[in-house]
Design a protein around this ligand. Structure first.
Ligand code: UN1
Length: 509
């Protein structure tokens, strides 16, 4: 594929990709939702949305599909996801490129996002033969107790702009092998990648042949459409990725009707650089963690605590890396940092930097980079040396701002590290095993992800992904995250000829 960086060609290139992936032109022409590329700020398409009155029928349709799909043996369901993985491999270059166009990621990160989809498919295929429960010793003779995992129902997925397709795939691949149907409400900022990814699944569904109609659905629309999904009685689980503010709305609404939530919300991820750290390694990890994806990962490194014995060696090197990082059009293949998603992201970043200055922060970088497009928002990543752990440091700002703080005492730094609302990801850089193990211990990092000598971002799909506190507590992706997508039944079977009651109760009639 040729690399074209001409702004005028972006919409046309997006259309060509959508066409190749089998999305009908009708879906993204003449619709109500404008799609943009943050690379130039230009409009790429006008996407058709679902009407508020029709959305419940889409969910009902998915519920009907669920009732058929739940009876298909799990390894057979795995075959659908295997085909999805195959189709994703074939579509990787196109879909990765579209992620770059619509979310502004550099090519290797656009492709990496699709790889993450492929990886979860592989994982889910294996899982389709391992949806196992326990057999548990019973207190009664001639009895057997076991647990069975059954499909749950329609799984609602609400995804964010920054991982416009991978997070859907994490949820969809698991949900499908677990015997569920899927209804996806993608971010309003990334409807084209949603259409494309869904078309790739459609290809797999066609090859699979006899999956029930309506097994996977797309609801393109605004917040009100998301609310239909959250409030619909036939949706027993909603997996929602986005801001903590969004989670505060979605969580209670689901709780009110006793539906389950998987919430993957904000992160204010911290890293600690200890005296013994391999500073070369830490530098690379911090640079990718803080500046990669233009600071727009939920796992982006946002707070860095550096021991005072290495501060004056490490921080100047880090500043140098910040000053030299290439910011620009991600399609040209040279930039490491692409655009912010929109003007709001830029304004929010500037506001945080102003606040940081008011709290005594020394700001390096953060200014807008002119790429010749008035509606595109590129920035130099900002490194902010903060005297104290206060003010904007305590909040997640979804932009490339790294707050750097000096520490001297390990217990005090652990306490500061944990003194924020969010609890997603964390890292320690040390060669001292006492510090490393302390960081991972019960009184160490309070995050869902705690790493040693690895950055905060770029988790593999094999582990459970998610975090504590204001991050929402949900877990997606690997390990045993699949259990959230199924319902557990405890079965006790009496194969004796009497009826002993548990706890020694007698009730003889
Ligand atoms: C997100 O930003 O919502 O760990 C997900 C990572 C990626 C996923 C990020 N695998 O950075």
């Amino acid at each position: 594929m040729s690399i074209t960086a001409k702004p005028a060609s972006i919409a046309a290139e997006a259309a060509a990709i959508l066409d190749r992936l089998g999305v009908s032109k009708d879906a993204y022409t003449g619709g109500e939702m404008k799609a943009f590329s943050p690379i130039t700020g230009e409009q790429t398409a006008s996407v058709k949305t679902v009407s508020l009155s029709h959305a419940p029928a889409v969910i009902d349709h998915a519920d009907a599909a669920f009732r058929v799909w739940r009876l298909v043996p799990a390894p057979k369901r795995g075959e659908l996801v295997r085909l999805f993985g195959e189709e994703l491999r074939a579509a990787k270059a196109d879909l990765g490129r579209l992620v770059s166009i619509e979310a502004g990621k550099i090519p290797s990160e656009g492709l990496g996002e699709v790889q993450e989809m492929i990886d979860i498919c592989d994982f889910a295929v294996g899982l389709s033969r391992q949806l196992y429960g326990l057999t548990i010793a019973t207190e009664r003779p001639g009895h057997r107790m076991m647990e069975t995992w059954h499909p749950l129902g329609v799984i609602g997925i609400i995804s964010a702009f920054n991982f416009p397709v991978a997070v859907w795939a994490w949820n969809a691949a698991l949900a499908l092998v677990c015997g569920n149907s899927v209804v996806w409400k993608p971010s309003e900022k990334t409807p084209l990648t949603a259409l494309a990814a869904h078309a790739v699944l459609d290809r797999a569904l066609k090859r699979f042949g006899d999956a029930p109609d309506g097994l996977s659905q797309l609801l393109i629309g605004d917040r009100a459409i998301g609310e239909v999904l959250v409030d619909h009685p036939k949706v027993p689980l909603v997996s929602a990725t986005g801001s903590t503010r969004m989670g505060r709305d979605v969580g209670p609404r689901l709780a009110k009707r006793f539906a389950r939530a998987i919430l993957e919300l904000g992160g204010n991820n911290g890293g600690i650089v200890c005296p013994s750290a391999d500073l070369d390694m830490a530098l690379r990890a911090v640079a990718f963690g803080a500046m990669g994806t233009a600071g727009q990962r939920c796992t982006t490194l946002r707070r860095l605590f550096v021991h005072d014995s290495v501060y004056d060696t490490f921080v100047p090197r880090l500043k140098k890396a910040y000053a030299s990082v290439s910011v620009g059009n991600p399609l040209d293949g040279k930039a490491l940092v692409g655009p912010l998603i929109d003007k709001l992201a830029f304004d929010t970043m500037q506001k945080a930097l102003t606040e940081a200055k008011a709290h005594g922060g020394a700001v390096h970088g953060g200014e807008r980079v002119d790429t010749g497009s008035a509606d595109a928002y590129y920035v130099k990543p900002a490194l902010v040396e903060m005297p104290t752990h206060t003010g904007p440091v305590l909040e997640e700002t979804f932009a490339p701002i790294l707050y750097v703080l000096k520490y001297s005492d390990f217990d005090a730094v652990l306490s500061d590290h944990n003194a924020v609302g969010a609890g997603l990801s964390s890292s320690i850089f040390t060669l001292n095993m006492q510090e490393a193990e302390r960081f991972l211990a019960a009184d160490g990092s309070d995050c869902g992800i705690a790493n040693v000598n690895i950055g905060t971002s770029g988790a593999e799909i094999g582990g459970a992904f998610g975090g504590e506190k204001e991050t929402g507590g949900g877990r997606e992706s690997g390990s045993d995250a699949w259990r959230a997508y199924m319902r557990r039944a405890t079965n006790t079977i009496n194969y004796s000829k009497s009826l002993p009651l548990a706890q020694g109760v007698s009730f003889d009639i």
